[in-house]
Design a protein around this ligand. Sequence first.
Ligand code: PMP
Length: 305
Amino acid sequence: MPSYAFYQNKIIPLEDAKIGIMTHCIHYGTAIFEGIRGNWNDDKKQTYIFRLKEHFERLQRGCHVLNIVLHHSIKDLCEKTVELVRKCAFQEDVYIRPVAYTSSHALGVRLHGLEHDFFMFVIPWGPYLDVEKARCCVSSWHRPEDNVIPPQIKAAGIYINNALAKTEAVNAGFDEAIMLSPDGHISEGSGENIFLVIDGKLVTPASYNNILIGITRNTVIELAEKELGIETFHRAIDRSEIYTADECFMTGTAAHVTPVSEVDNRVIGNGEIGKITAELQKLYVRVIRGEYPKYMHWCTPVYGK
Ligand code: PMP
C-alpha cells in the first residue's frame, strides 16, 4: 500500500518527497519533530489519532525555542494530519512523523537568518520495543542539561544522545537504556519516560530531571489519578530506587506502556508485569483505540463522522 507525505503544502507520494543535500537541518540537527500515533480499531473500522493537538503544541514550543517559524496554525496542522492519514488508508496502527526544520540550502551553524519548512509522513508501525517486558540498563550516556541542549523539546540534534544510549544498551544485550540526569538521578529511556511503583504510588522523574515531558506520561498520570485513584509524585529518583521498586514501566507514543522486568541485571518485583502496571496498560490501550467514551476527546477519528 503506498504511503503519502505532506510536503511543500501538498500531499504527494512518500517516495517523491525529497530534500536537497545542502538543507541546513541535515548538517546541524536544527529541526523539531513529533511522533504521533494513529491507532486502528478493527471493530469500528476506524483510526483514532491520539492527542493530536497536544503533539502539535509541543512541536510549536520546540519551534519557538529554535526560532523556527511554523507557517501553519495548530488547527491547520491537525486538519492536514487527518487528511493525510485518511489518504494513506492503512487498516493498521500508524505512526505520523511531522518535522519543522531549517530548510535553507545554506551552511553555517546558526538559528538566525534561515528559511523554515514543514513536512510530515505516515507509515504503518506496530510495537516499538516489541517485547512484553523490557530488560534495561542504566546508560553511561547522560541526558544533557537544559543549557547544553534543552531536553524538553524534540529537537532532532539532541537524539544523538538517545541513539548513543540505545545502541550501547542493545549491544550489551538489553532492550532499552535508562539515562541519568547530569546530577546522577534517573531521567528517562531513549524514547520513553519512566515510572516506578513504590508503596502503591507512582513516582516519576520531574521536569527538572532533564526529561521530555511525554504526552503518554501525562496520560498515564491522569488515568492513574482519575480511574485508579493513584497519586503520582514527580521527584528526583536515585538509581538504586529502581532496583528496589515494586514495579517499573516506561511510557511513550511509540512504546505505549511497557513493563520493565529487569534493570542492570536486577529483577524488579517478581520479574513479571506488576499489578498497577497491568491495570494502567489495559486502560491505556482502551483509551487510545477509542474504546473508552470518557476519553474520546483525546481521540481524533480519521474516517467519516
Ligand atoms: N522521552 C523521549 C526522549 C522521547 O523521545 C519520547 C517520545 N516522544 C518520550 C520521552 C515519550 O514522549 P511521548 O509520550 O510524548 O511520546
